[in-house]
Design a protein around this ligand. Structure first.
Ligand code: HEC
Length: 147
């Protein structure tokens, strides 16, 4: 009897841990994307000519994209398909390799831009190519209505 109770208590706490784990994964991946959003704002302002070109800020944003995206794709375990208003598309779990390829392309484009962007002219020529990844990944791997 005592053993059964211990087993029951153990499975309940294991379940609770799983639930907390998925919530944490969703929260962490949304946090990473929020930081991508934060890193993109000043860069878009420069592209639009609303802020003066600042190479250090551009390089920081490019580094931010590369640092975060590797971690981002590890935050999609099977038990994190819904909850926390996630807007991750179910397609991610049907084609994890395709999703990771989109992330790798983003990281590769950001890395390339970090060497090709040396001044305002090269910034205007190369940055849009990096930012295209935001929209194309969202288009393919995100849903409009959070679940
Ligand atoms: C490899 C795919 C991918 C790339 C590249 C990508 N995103 Fe995302 N983004 C996602 C996914 C998936 C979500 C949904 C996460 C969730 O809700 O679980 C998301 C969500 C977001 C969100 C909403 C976060 C929230 O508060 O819920 C913002 C903002 C965002 N992305 C900005 C960006 C910006 C800016 C870029 C480019 C610099 C970018 N993303 C590049 C896949 C991507």
């Amino acid at each position: 009897m005592i053993v059964r109770r211990i087993v029951l208590a153990f499975s309940l706490s294991a379940l609770a841990t799983i639930a907390i784990a998925s919530t944490a994964n969703i929260g962490e991946r949304q946090q990473i994307m929020k930081s991508n959003g934060g890193a993109t704002k000043p860069v878009v302002a420069m592209l639009k000519g609303e802020a003066p070109f600042d190479l250090a800020v551009v390089q920081k944003s490019l580094a931010n994209y590369q640092d975060n995206i590797g971690k981002f794709v590890t935050l999609f375990p099977d038990d994190s398909k819904s909850g926390e208003k996630t807007s991750a598309s179910p397609k991610i779990w049907e084609d994890m390799a395709g999703f990771k390829a989109a992330a790798d392309k983003f990281a590769a484009d950001a890395k390339m831009a970090s060497t090709t962007i040396i001044d305002e002219t090269s910034f205007k020529a190369n940055m849009p190519n990096v930012l295209k990844n935001c929209g194309s990944c969202h288009e393919a791997w995100r849903v409009k209505d959070p679940q």
